[in-house]
Ligand binder design. Structure first.
Ligand SMILES: *[C@@H]1O[C@H](CO)[C@@H](O)[C@H](O)[C@H]1NC(C)=O
Ligand SMILES: *[C@@H]1O[C@H](CO)[C@@H](O)[C@H](O)[C@H]1NC(C)=O
Ligand SMILES: *[C@@H]1O[C@H](CO)[C@@H](O)[C@H](O)[C@H]1NC(C)=O
Ligand SMILES: *[C@@H]1O[C@H](CO)[C@@H](O)[C@H](O)[C@H]1NC(C)=O
Ligand SMILES: *[C@@H]1O[C@H](CO)[C@@H](O)[C@H](O)[C@H]1NC(C)=O
Length: 353
């Protein structure tokens, strides 16, 4: 994939530095019970998947692998098993009880959309008689269960900071986050941002970057990401009512365009994978973005809960849409089939409420 190749070129020189950095940042991922639920492995479980994707009528084509003709099913039958404890068993009624009366908003890119879609399918499939109301008004997708007074929205805002259209062009403003005004009235906020920072034209959705009083044509993208995420971090600390709003950061979901990342150096992407990597170690180091994110989160006064999906996604080269996503011509080793891996992100979110 062209996109991924661009990403690699930018990232490779900093991998070594950041890998060292991320090891030195001591950050406790442990919940109250001392268990880090992000360390673990995928185990076969006949009770999975958690729902049948065919009973989720609003599932977007890009995630609906079975309907798009994916021939194998074994990728659906795995449960995340933390090393030090058990995840609470999935019980949809309990989900509704916990989320009832809440306003939830996912903000970010298509991996945010993937998680939002997973949550809406999990809830609808588990309680198909509950009426729902789905409206899509770009950039906001809104899903409501009126009987439960539950709103689950997703807002497309892939840099978290603003991109303003001005007479000179589209300006990515690293220190401006006016978009945040639309996020304050929620009980749960789940953010993500990473992949879009590395796109070059024609996918790059901005023409200039603004930093301080300077407007530049381009700059080091890792630096830009750090500054942008720093602006977001200050916003989270200052703009939210932390007695009401609980904040999550989705972390960085692994892509599998390079066989070397999943221990098969000759594989051309994820297209033929049908099995997860067993065990609790990935053959490749995590994304260099993880160290940056942990570092910024670690400096916040009100640090969000870090949904560290890094390892659990690195271990799943088999669970992407492959050629059974939005388009049959390309191939998708970035997003996740639903049912699938993002269901586990939502179980982990739920486990930390
Ligand atoms: C997890 O569940 C298994 C099987 O139900 C049980 O044997 C084990 O003791 C549990 N582990 C913990 C840490 O609760
Ligand atoms: C629904 O939830 C909102 C908060 O999200 C609350 O303000 C409102 O009172 C609730 N309505 C009912 C009927 O419970
Ligand atoms: C949904 O409603 C139908 C008809 O009223 C009923 O037979 C079925 O058991 C209900 N399903 C659930 C999951 O409550
Ligand atoms: C569905 O949601 C939209 C947007 O929130 C709202 O305007 C509309 O009244 C809702 N419809 C129903 C049937 O609840
Ligand atoms: C931009 O700001 C810096 C520091 O505030 C200042 O030194 C510099 O003169 C400014 N440049 C312009 C072109 O205004």
């Amino acid at each position: 994939m062209v996109r991924r190749r661009c990403t690699s070129i930018v990232i490779l020189p900093v991998i070594v530095l950041l890998t060292v950095l991320s090891v030195t940042i001591s950050e406790s991922m442990a919940a109250d019970d001392g268990c880090n639920r992000f360390e673990g492995s995928w185990v076969s479980d006949p009770s999975y998947p958690l729902y049948d994707s065919s009973v989720c009528p609003f599932l977007r084509k890009q995630f609906d692998c079975q309907k798009n003709g994916r021939p194998d099913k074994s990728y659906l039958g795995y449960r995340w098993q933390p090393t030090g404890c058990n995840l609470t068993r999935y019980d949809v009624n309990d989900f509704f009880t916990k989320f009832s009366g809440k306003k939830i908003l996912f903000v970010g890119d298509s991996l945010s959309l993937n998680q939002w879609q997973s949550l809406t399918c999990m809830l609808h499939a588990g309680n198909p008689n509950a009426t729902y109301n789905l409206t899509q008004q770009q950039p906001m997708y809104s899903f409501q269960f009126p009987e439960y007074n539950l709103t689950i929205n997703m807002q497309w805002h892939q840099f978290l900071v603003d991109v303003d259209v001005e007479p000179t062009g589209r300006i990515l403003k690293l220190e401006s986050i006016k978009g945040g005004d639309a996020w304050t009235d929620f009980d749960l906020l789940i953010f993500d941002s990473w992949h879009w920072w590395f796109y070059i034209p024609p996918q790059q959705p901005w023409d200039f970057i603004q930093l301080g009083n300077e407007t530049k044509k381009d700059m080091n993208r890792i630096e830009a990401f750090k500054i942008g995420l720093g602006t977001w971090a200050k916003w989270v600390d200052s703009a939210l009512d932390h007695s009401r709003t609980k904040v999550f950061y989705q972390g960085i979901s692994a892509s599998h365009y390079h066989g070397i990342d999943f221990g098969k150096p000759t594989a051309q992407g994820c297209y033929k994978e049908t099995q997860p990597i067993l065990g609790s170690k990935s053959p490749a180091p995590p994304s260099p973005g993880i160290g940056i994110v942990k570092n910024i989160l670690g400096q916040m006064n009100n640090p969000p809960f870090f949904l560290d999906v890094s390892l659990l996604t690195q271990l799943r080269p088999d669970a992407h849409p492959q050629k059974y996503g939005a388009s049959k011509t390309g191939g998708d080793c970035t997003h996740w089939c639903l049912a699938g891996v993002p269901d586990t992100w939502n179980l982990l979110l739920y486990a930390s409420l």
